[in-house]
Structure formats: C-alpha cells, structure tokens
Design a protein around this ligand. Structure first.
Ligand code: C2E
Ligand code: CA
Ligand code: CA
Ligand code: CA
Length: 278
C-alpha cells in the first residue's frame, strides 16, 4: 500500500510542477545572488567585416548558480524582470560592462565599444539616464563607447521609450535596436526613434546564402539602413559562407559563433585585443 501511495505522488508530479519548483528555487536564490557575486558577464566580439577588425563587444550575462552551474539568461532574466530584481542586476551589468571596456581602453583600445542589453523595467522612473551619466563619469569612458540595446518588445510605452532614447543620444551614448526585423513595427521604430544602429536578427542570417529572396530581403534592409545612415550588425553569423555573402551586401558589422563566442573577459588575450586583426 505504501508503494502504491508513492507511485500516486509520482503520477501527479508533472513537468509543470517541476518547472514551478525550479522557478521558485531560482527566484529564491536570486535574492542575494548579486551580493554573493554569482553573476558574470561574457563578452562576444563584434567585428568590422571590411577590415576583419575588432570593433567592440556585447556583454551577455550568465548566472553561476551554486546548484545548477552556469545558467544562460533565458533561464533567469524573465524571473528577474517579474520580481523587479532586474533593476539591481541591470545596474550591476552596466557598471561591470563599463569597467571592462575601460580596462580594454587602457590597453590601448579607446575605439572599442561595449553593447549592453537592458530590460523595459530599467527604464521605469527616471533613474536610468542619471545612472548612465554616473557610470560614464565613474569609469571615465567616452559616451560613444557605450551602446544600449533596446528591443521592440520594450515599446509598450512608446512615449517614455522615445524620451529615453533622446536622453541617451543627448549624452552621446549609442542606441541599437536589437533583433531587428522580428517584430511588427520595426520600420515605425526607425521613423520615431533616433537610434544609431540596427542589429539584424539571426533569423535573417541563418537562411544565407539561401535563395534570391533571402538575399534580396537582407540587402534591402542594408540599403534602407544605409540611406538612414544607420550602422548595421548582422547577428548570428555562424559560417564562412555567410560572412562572404555579407561582404557582397555592403559589409555590415558581424557578430556570431564564426567570429567568436561569448566568453569571460579573462579569456581574451591582451595582444589580440590590441591588434585585433582576426
Ligand atoms: P540577444 O541580445 O539577442 O543576444 C544574442 C544571443 O545570441 C546570445 O545568447 C548569444 O550568445 C547568442 N549568439 C551569438 N552568436 C550566435 C550564433 O552565431 N549562433 C547562435 N545560435 N546564437 C548566437 P545569450 O547570451 O544566451 O543571451 C540571450 C538573450 O538574453 C539575449 O539575446 C538578451 O536578450 C538577453 N540578455 C543577455 N544579457 C542580458 C543582460 O545583461 N540584460 C538583459 N536585460 N538581457 C540580457
Ligand atoms: Ca542584444
Ligand atoms: Ca539580438
Ligand atoms: Ca534576442
């Protein structure tokens, strides 16, 4: 009878229950994770395709979880957003990323930029611009060394995001639209937001070289960006062939596993950063 009882419990424990349990576990652990120094930033290189030269990095957060190991952001960012912890985590990310780009600047590369992802919630209230300004001053970096990546999903409140983008541009900080082309209003965004870069989503790069339509679509986006004087990054470049066809389409900046995976700062060789010819 006892065994039967145990079996019954098993029958009720579904993936859903397991997921809720994991989520609760992560949520509990996240309080205090900053203090325990469990977050780490990885940096993925962004490459100038024309000269095969390092232009900058994107900072991508990881959580070094004591039980689950190194967790990617999709496992915990939404929890951080729901609980509000993203505000303090986001502040840490900005500060840490700024400190790192300063280090690389001191190694002779003041021309490199650092792209930082933000969540909508970090734009609540009017703290963000002040924080950005403080971070620039604290680390003595040039405003154009920081690029803030926003996504279309952040645009529920269009008016406030526009104010934020204008404020960032006034500070001299660059602003990129991430995952460009995946939402419904990408073109409207370009019309109303004075951004400096679009990052063409991986889904457009995956299909390259592909058919004439795939190529046509990509080069149409490139041409539009050129006429709006926007910088372009192609995301998720995984192969040599993709890099080659992107050369024929106007040399966007590239980011992807082919050129370098996101890794810890210590994994970058000082000499490579300095010379940075890939
Ligand atoms: P994202 O901003 O679109 O970042 C690009 C993601 O694509 C990264 O995943 C990166 O590791 C991955 N990636 C780069 N090159 C390639 C490639 O060639 N092939 C493939 N298949 N993937 C590639 P990651 O690091 O897991 O980050 C996922 C998402 O989490 C990011 O997407 C971003 O939206 C979010 N995120 C990361 N760091 C932060 C952060 O500090 N704050 C906030 N709010 N969100 C973050
Ligand atoms: Ca991004
Ligand atoms: Ca992206
Ligand atoms: Ca994304």
């Amino acid at each position: 009878a006892k065994r039967q009882g145990k079996g019954r419990v098993c029958a009720y424990s579904s993936d859903l229950v397991e997921n809720v349990r994991t989520r609760l576990n992560l949520e509990q652990g996240m309080h205090g994770a900053l203090q325990r120094n469990e977050f780490v930033l990885f940096y993925q290189p962004v490459i100038d395709l024309y000269e095969s030269r390092l232009m900058g990095f994107e900072a991508l957060i990881r959580w070094n979880h004591p039980e689950f190991g190194l967790l990617p952001p999709d496992k915990f960012i939404s929890i951080a957003e729901d609980t509000g912890l993203i505000e303090s985590i986001g502040s840490w990310v900005l500060d840490q990323a700024a400190a790192q780009i300063k280090k690389w600047a001191q190694q002779g590369r003041q021309d490199l930029f650092m792209a930082v992802n933000v969540s909508a919630r970090q734009f609540r209230g009017n703290y963000f611009l002040n924080e950005l300004k403080t971070v620039l001053q604290r680390h003595e970096i040039l405003p154009e060394q920081i690029e803030i990546e926003i996504t279309e999903s952040m645009l529920q409140d269009f008016h406030s995001i526009r104010k934020m983008v204008l404020g960032m541009r006034e500070l001299g900080v660059s602003v990129a639209i991430d995952d460009f082309g995946t939402g419904y209003s990408s073109l409207a965004l370009l019309k109303y937001l004075p951004v400096t870069r679009i990052k063409i989503d991986r889904s457009f790069v995956i299909s390259l070289p592909g058919t004439a339509r795939d190529v046509g679509l990509f080069s149409a986006i490139m041409q539009m960006a050129n006429s709006l004087e926007l910088n372009v990054t192609a995301e998720g470049v995984e192969t040599y062939d993709q890099s080659q066809i992107l050369r024929t389409m106007g040399y966007p900046a590239v980011q992807g596993y082919f050129w370098g995976r996101p890794v810890a700062a210590e994994d970058y060789d000082e000499v490579w950063i300095k010379n940075s010819s890939v």
